[in-house]
Design a protein around this ligand. Sequence first.
Ligand code: NAD
Length: 436
Amino acid sequence: MRMSVIGCGYLGAVHAAAMASIGHEVIGIDVDGRKIDALSKGEAPFFEPGLKDLLRDGIASGRLRFSTESADAEGSTVHFIGVGTPQQAGGYAADLTYVDKAVTDLLPHLRPGDVVAGKSTVPVGTAAQLAARIAPTGATLIWNPEFLREGWAVQDTIDPDRLVVGVPDGEDGQRAAQLMRDVFYPAVAKGTPFLVTDYATAELVKVAANAFLATKISFINAMAEIAEVTGADVTQLADAIGHDVRIGRRFLGAGIGFGGGCLPKDIRAFSARAEELGKGESVAFLREVDAINLRRRERAVQLVVDGLGGSVHGKRVAVLGAAFKPHSDDIRDSPALDAAVRLHGLGAAVIVTDPQAIENARRAHPQLTYVTDRDSALRGADAVLVVTEWDEYRRELDPAHVSALTDGRVVIDGRNCLDSAAWRAAGWHYYGMGRP
Ligand code: NAD
């Protein structure tokens, strides 16, 4: 099938390449000329495992192309919209200007029978408004929320755990739903749940899923706060409650909290939308979820300060990790970088390292010092702060090896990912999150 993918960021570039890999003819469109140049050469403009190969194969097959021109969307049967919906500059609500502009640019190129498939995460009610704008062209709007996880985006796009399409009432909606079954035919053939809903449900499914995940993380981080004043160990607590299948262990990792381009802004946008709907109290707990999450960043910084005897001024702190999570170079609202910036603000000499995210981090926070090599970051450090659980730090950091590099023996495990007993046995002062 011929399709266009409008917006080629973390979501759209992967979506375009994945659709080409399953046999569709895809044109990826983005207003960012540099991104399009890179993608056209088969270069991934960001780090996502497996993306580069998929891009190269797609381009070599002739099924995958990229362009900065909306006119190139013409002739496609399905038009996916995956542009950004960031937090508004002056508030909590989502900024919908990119979605509005993408639709405006697409309108002249739509033909009767085309399907416009929104993938961006939007406030409930957005699809109904956009559908009214699209209706005169004879095209049909559906909403197809995306659940990919950065770091596993290729696999999640080709083989998702469920597909959700919000469609309008009537024949057009049913026809569009069938078309989406054809688009995602490999997943549909293997029996992946395919849920057809109305617009509002599809929009809400996405924000509800992220609200639930954020709440689960903040729940265990709230338990970490209680553990910290009672001497309990939150990791054992998580193991114990996680054995209950109704609770489950995943997303119960206490630590420095969640970040990235989705969870923080999505729960804030959900709160803002609920307020507009007169139902702010229904999701008032999300404000608390956000507050708990942000307190954990302060806590990690405080542990460094305490570990260094009450002041970090003039002390050298090695910060291991900049990306908001491993297997990604995404630093949007990264707790790791937030902690690094706060320590710098307190007068520490902060040396940041990360296997993939240094370039992005340097662009956003040029005041910090960056090194690509982990051991160079550790050399001469008074304290070590682990904030992104890359395997390079989680599994491969040997306390004896680190001892030979650092001046101090203070390690703060912002992700509870290190073997505390091994570090203590090697003579380190180990500080976890919510652990004695
Ligand atoms: P991103 O910032 O990486 O990408 C957005 C892209 O849209 C940019 O490349 C930008 O240049 C482009 N763009 C903006 N306006 C445009 C226009 N008028 N025409 C064409 N291109 C335009 O953002 P992202 O992480 O890919 O997220 C995109 C959307 O997908 C958001 O709504 C996000 O919430 C949602 N989402 C993201 C993920 C994820 O893991 N990144 C997962 C699920 C849903």
